[in-house]
Write a protein that binds this ligand. Sequence first.
Ligand SMILES: [Mg+2]
Length: 366
Amino acid sequence: MSIKKAEAIAVSLPFDIGGPKPTFAGIPRRMEILFIRLENHQGLVGWGEAFGLSIWPATLQAFEHLVAPLVIDQDESDISGLMERLTRQLHILGRSGAVTYALSGLDIALWDMAGKKANQSIGEMLGGPKHTQLPAYASLMRYGCEQLVKDNSMRALNQGFKGIKLHETQVGLVHAARSVLGPHVPLMMDVNCPWSIEESLRAAEELCSAELYWLEEPIWPPEDFEALQQVRTQSGIRIAAGENNISVLHFEQMLKAQSVDFIQPSVTKIGGISAFLKVMALSDQHQVPLMPHSPYFGPGFLASLHLASLLEEEVMIEYSFADLGANPMGSAVLLDQGFLKIPQGPGLGQDPELDILREFRVRPQG
Ligand SMILES: [Mg+2]
């Protein structure tokens, strides 16, 4: 059996976050999801997701021009062999970024096909899920405004979310959220790599009374694991990071340096399910808990749920706090009283709604 067709399908969806939308180059963002669709000669279809958001045109091009030609007529059941060959063959064109994101989407789609053929969910194929559902935390986008941070933190709590993560860089906004949430709701702060060691330590001191569950990615550049380790040991605040690690080796280095309290691999960035499983093994070996980076709404989110369900300890699932104008994955990605059900069907457990893909499909301009 071999692959007959490999395509990348970008959809661009309107969304609402209860405040002004984030912008890119001054233009309000939309929610872009990059679906990967594989079909074999028997007509079996597998779905994946490659990291999209604002980089989707580059990832789409990488998939169409580099990855797709190399997978046609290849045996889809040899996932590790195919991924190893392509990763080596394409390494000179990028060990990170669009190429690796495209390969991540490919890997997820291959696992979806494998599960469908075996009539098992991905979780079942990998030893069986340990949980039927997992708690979700709301990952709020950046508002930069005290009232909006307070309002949306409470809106998320009232929707049932079990924790709140802010993407604010001002310490005062974290205290504002804590003041309305009360002392017991897990509250996280994700600053996306802006600070030096000194700036991180200063912020950590000011954050002390906010009782953060974790501080995410304080250090620039993200791969400075020694700096991260210094912030961790000197601040006493738990540190989470890993979404910007470009390889499994990076996770190994991060863990050896004792830089973090939580590792956060991203299945649509790191190389798909195959690479994520290797990071899971490292998490186990180093006894550092894993919290998936998963602010997606496509097959990558379902892959994250299956992978997280394999962990003995119950982990919180990152859920992007945004109401979409249309939801391609239907009820599979919807919250139920603060929990997400682990999908039950073969493969990822749910195919996208083709009508929605057709209606919101986009192509790169130019
Ligand atoms: Mg983050």
